[in-house]
Ligand binder design. Structure first.
Ligand SMILES: [Cu+2]
Length: 501
């Protein structure tokens, strides 16, 4: 038998009865414990004959808090003592008389105070106005600062991608930035883009839950020619509304893709068509403009390249190879992917060029004497990445899609690529070997702070072999050309220093 509530509520430890005596009797009203009903034929000896006397004894001790009285624990409390158990619950000891009014007042005040504090103290640290419906299922970045000002919208914005939202998993060796061929609708170059959540490997052992366009990070490379009419149908298979902005492009305002400003966001399952004429030439890109701090940071972007109407314009740069470099920062922990942000707890721990971290970045193959046009695109969200190339300087020929007059082109070996910026540079392979292209913030060339094969993250190899450019060209001619170039540079520098006086 277990103690009935009445056993435990009898009196506080050591508290005497009002008449000053300590009593060992445990009063059990007849209706409270069926085992002690007086009409039960075994009542008289029940507690002592069924072998449960010790537990009964404990319950009495509890009730009296090991009371200061001695003796009397024997047969005195045998509530089974036949006729001692009253049938009238009010017979014998009066419960109401056990506690004094001051005691009751103190307990009441303390209880109310504890309840008030239990509500008030958490309210100073967290937002008690949030319901599970507001933030249901959201998993926040470890270390993110959250206080009573943190809104449900902020939490949804920064929460991990729900792994259940992943609709497809790309092969581990899949590459992003794949050229997408347009189809012609009349004379309009038409592309179909679908945004969805895709499992994407930035390294063989590191898969992120990415917001992809056509299953890739970066999204497919769109390439048109200056003067083309372009139509892009965007289909939203994300768990949230989205929109696509055409970064740097001159177009009708309604086509600009700024969610809640120039258009209603595309709801999940919805589609939207963008239509414009590409009047400029150069390196541009597209990216989400609905919660871009979340969606672009999770991979929703891609290159938009516009070739000049006059092919001679690009040919003047005299390059043999072309590579697009799209940067991104990631936060991946414990198998969950969070949108990396430049704030507490959300800082990135992985970095990618074209959706892959070194050593999975693509190696650029060149020969001595060849020239490479690199299009740096600031598709990332947070840092200014000082992109550096080993083995000699490069010439900056375009910024943000705008050609730079020859006399104004800078020779540099490091260029700061900020979010949104583009730099087109020409780099010449002067010596054979493995020349690194990398960010010069060393943390950005690690993978979760670890280095592998000499680096990580924002790093790629330009592998230059010894054979000379264009078989018809003699070694001497190449050397002369190189010498001429350096003379030209020296002239420019001298001119610059004259002008700055
Ligand atoms: Cu960097």
């Amino acid at each position: 038998m277990k103690p009935s509530p009445e056993h435990l509520s009898h009196t506080g430890p050591g508290l005497p009865y009002r008449d000053g005596s300590h009593r060992t009797e445990t009063h059990v009203p007849a209706h409270a414990d069926p085992e002690h009903r007086t009409d039960h034929p075994d009542t008289a000896d029940h507690g002592h004959t069924n072998g449960q006397a010790p537990s009964q004894q404990r319950s009495v001790d509890l009730a009296h808090g090991g009371g200061s009285h001695s003796g009397g624990h024997g047969g005195g409390h045998s509530q089974g003592g036949g006729g001692e158990v009253p049938t009238d619950p009010h017979h014998g000891h009066q419960m109401a008389s056990d506690v004094t009014r001051p005691q009751l007042a103190v307990v009441t005040v303390l209880t109310v105070l504890a309840l008030v504090l239990a509500l008030a103290l958490p309210a100073t640290k967290v937002n008690l106005g949030l319901s599970a419906e507001d933030v249901g299922g959201a998993i926040m970045p470890p270390g993110m600062v959250m206080n009573r000002d943190t809104s449900a919208e902020a939490m949804r914005d920064m929460a991990a991608v729900d792994p259940d939202a992943v609709s497809d998993v790309a092969p581990a060796d899949a590459r992003g930035d794949q050229p997408l061929q347009p189809r012609l609708e009349g004379n309009v170059k038409t592309f179909d883009l679908t945004a969805a959540v895709t499992g994407w490997n930035i390294l063989p052992g590191r898969r992120v839950d990415a917001y992809t366009v056509n299953g890739q990070v970066p999204g497919p490379r769109l390439r048109v020619t200056q003067g083309d009419r372009v139509r892009i149908r965007v289909h939203n298979r994300l768990p949230e509304a989205t929109s696509i902005h055409w970064h740097g492009i001159i177009l009708p305002n309604a086509m600009d893709g700024a969610a809640d400003v120039t258009q209603a966001p595309i709801p999940p399952g919805g589609s939207h068509t963008y239509d414009f004429t590409a009047t400029q030439q150069g390196s541009y890109f597209y990216h989400s403009h609905a919660a871009p701090d979340r969606q672009q940071a999770l991979g929703l972007y891609g290159a938009l390249l516009v070739d000049p109407k006059d092919p001679a314009a690009d040919a003047a740069y005299d390059y043999d190879h072309e590579a697009v470099v799209q940067l991104q920062e990631w936060l991946s922990r414990d198998g969950l992917t969070y949108p990396a942000m430049l704030m507490e707890g959300a800082l990135p721990n992985y970095f990618t060029i074209n959706g892959k971290a070194y050593p999975q970045t693509e190696t650029i193959q060149m020969r001595v004497g060849e020239k490479l046009r690199l299009r740096f695109i600031g598709t990332h969200n947070n840092f200014v990445h000082p992109m550096h190339i080993h083995g000699g300087p490069f010439r900056i020929v375009q910024t943000d899609g705008e050609p730079i007059p020859r006399a104004a082109q800078l020779l540099k070996d490091t260029v700061n690529v900020g979010p949104g910026e583009r730099y087109d540079v020409i780099w010449e392979a002067k010596r054979p070997g493995k020349w690194l292209l990398h960010c010069h913030i060393p943390h950005h060339t690690t993978n979760d702070n670890a280095e592998q094969d000499g680096g990580g993250g924002l790093m790629a190899v330009i592998n230059v072999t010894d054979s000379k450019r264009k078989p018809s060209q003699s070694v001497a001619a190449a050397e002369v050309k190189e010498g001429y170039q350096w003379m030209f540079t020296a002239n420019e520098l001298a001119w610059d220093s004259l002008r700055s006086r």
